[in-house]
Design a binder for this molecule. Structure first.
Ligand SMILES: O=C(O)CCC(=O)C(=O)O
Length: 272
């Protein structure tokens, strides 16, 4: 098993866990080159609300560059995920977040499951550093133990690109237990889909590139097909273990509501 019993217990208690090296130095170098190629082709978007500050994003990176589809199948990534999700693992999304030196924008506090609506919340993210990451260049910060429940996202955000959505108000986390980690390039931090997280601006002279792999227990969303959300390890559970038709339809209607609410932000489940 990739994670020890103690690590798994810590993840279940805190909702966040550094998981060590996920990518080799060579894979990190190649990933940087693929990001640069995507930037040259102007594939990265650049949402942001602070003038002069940017986070370049390549959402669903493996869909525009299949090379990332191979990368996210790296043994250590799936081994770490298997330790908490079990043997059947399905792809949800993979994204690049690139905060340039000096001008990298902040990431407001949020819980991924506000958009994903996973019930049960059997989804996780492995955030993989593609540069050495410290607080100065925008290491992600996590609220320990916040994966117990969804909280209100009451901070309205008006994106210049026209999207409107809410994030968590900083006042709602100020008295809570926040942790951050120095993450060497190639290493990862795993967080639960309900864990509150955000990141400061990059005020350093160094870039901060991160690659996020979002994974779920296979079959969690009966309407997410294996073509667009491939099974990366194991299989979709057979009929014996699927939710009942009524439960399945309840989940689909719940997510249809979410789709409408999220329409201004793009595809259902995408980060805003
Ligand atoms: O890298 C960032 O600033 C944000 C990452 C994030 O929100 C995530 O990994 O879910």
């Amino acid at each position: 098993m990739a994670l020890t019993t103690q690590q798994i217990a810590r993840y279940r208690r805190d909702g966040v866990l550094p998981v060590g090296r996920m990518l080799s130095d060579l894979q990190v170098q190649d990933a940087r080159e693929h990001i640069q190629a995507a930037m040259d082709r102007q594939l990265l978007d650049k949402p942001g609300t602070n003038p002069g500050k940017f986070t370049f994003r390549l959402l669903s990176a493996s869909q525009s560059d299949p090379w990332f589809g191979q990368l996210l199948r790296s043994g250590p990534i799936l081994d770490a995920a298997e330790a908490v999700l079990g043997p059947d693992i399905q792809y949800f999304q993979d994204n690049v977040f690139y905060k340039p030196a000096r001008d990298g924008d902040i990431t407001q506090w949020h819980q991924d499951n506000i958009w994903w609506k996973s019930d049960p919340p059997d989804m996780l993210t492995i955030w993989i550093a593609l540069d050495d990451v410290t607080p100065e260049n925008g290491a992600v910060r996590y609220v320990v133990g916040s994966h117990a429940a969804l909280i209100e996202h009451r901070l309205p955000v008006d994106d210049p690109q026209g999207a409107k959505y809410n994030m968590i108000h900083p006042d709602d986390v100020k008295d809570r237990d926040v942790v951050t980690f120095d993450v060497p390039a190639g290493h990862g931090v795993m967080h639960h889909c309900l864990t509150i997280h955000g990141a400061p601006a990059n005020v350093s002279e160094r870039p901060r590139r991160g690659y996020t792999v979002h994974l779920m227990r296979a079959g969690l969303f009966p309407d997410r097909l294996a073509e667009s959300n491939p099974v990366l390890r194991g299989r979709i559970p057979t009929a014996c273990c699927d939710p009942s038709p009524r439960e399945s339809s309840r989940r689909m209607s719940a997510r249809k509501g979410a789709t409408n609410a999220n329409a201004a932000r793009g595809t259902m489940g995408d980060k805003p």
